[in-house]
Write a protein that binds this ligand. Structure first.
Ligand code: PEP
Length: 254
């Protein structure tokens, strides 16, 4: 089964609206030769309109970093899927470990957000991953299965077509530590097997699973060569067009 590689940047809380067009245009320019890769920049919500304008007519899709599950109402500080769509976003990251760690995100709220995003027609990039303590305590399988089973509860096989999973070992995010290709592949295979139990093997084979955690041009190729690694969710290296494009180039060569 050939799955189109997807490389998505997660800008986090780093780029201002006034800086957005330059980075998106830089990414578009540096990646325009790699049509076989889906290239995405997920930006702070306030940057989305500028990012969408800068990406118009290019190969770059724009996404956000979070969304709420309600369409509107008294939820001060939140952004709905309808607002993101109205601004031109096509993707949204759900359940990033920083949201889980600092903002009380749970598997249950991941599920609500993921289902709302899918229902709205956004491509949801749903993040799972274990902490170092969980890995060292031998709880890797338990944690990933729980995050998948609860986070994707009531997500149908058809819904899964609008879904990307990102495996992000928490201990590798922004730390410079990368999971080895074998460590990453092992968890990607577990994620696909868990998906197969949830929505069937045929659908599970179609779902793209990104690796995230200190991916950079120098280590992307060996990770992306693995059977179940279908792309990357990129933090630090997404903030420089040349670094991000280096990862896209590695994906294009697979
Ligand atoms: C991320 O935040 O999703 C991430 C993978 O960050 P970094 O690439 O900086 O480790």
């Amino acid at each position: 089964m050939s799955r189109r590689k997807i490389i998505a940047g997660n800008w986090k809380m780093n780029i201002k609206p006034s800086e957005t067009a330059a980075l998106v245009k830089g990414v578009a320019e540096a990646t325009k030769g790699f049509a076989n890769v889906e290239v995405v920049c997920c930006t702070p919500a306030i940057d989305v309109p500028a990012a969408v304008a800068a990406a118009a007519g290019t190969n770059v899709g724009i996404g956000a970093e979070n969304c709420h599950w309600k369409e509107s109402g008294a939820y001060t500080g939140e952004i709905s899927t309808g607002m993101l769509l109205d601004a031109g976003a096509k993707y949204v990251i759900i359940g990033h470990s920083e949201r889980r760690q600092y903002f009380g995100e749970t598997d249950e709220t991941v599920n609500l957000r993921a289902r709302a995003a899918i229902a709205a027609g956004l491509t949801a990039i749903v993040c799972v991953g274990e902490t170092l303590e969980e890995r060292e305590a031998g709880k890797l399988v338990e944690v990933i299965e729980r995050q998948m089973n609860v986070g994707l509860k009531d997500v149908t096989a058809a819904d899964c077509e609008k879904l990307v999973i990102a495996y992000e070992p928490v201990w590798a995010i922004g730390t410079g530590k990368t999971a080895t290709p074998d460590q990453a592949q092992e968890v990607h295979a577990l994620i696909r097997a868990t998906l197969a139990k949830l929505v069937g093997a045929e659908t599970a084979e179609k779902v793209r699973i990104q690796y995230g955690g200190s991916m950079k041009p120098g280590n992307a190729a060996e990770l992306l060569a693995k059977k179940d690694i279908d792309g990357g969710l990129i933090g630090g290296a997404a903030l420089k067009a040349a670094d991000f494009a280096g990862i896209v180039a590695a994906a294009a060569a697979e």
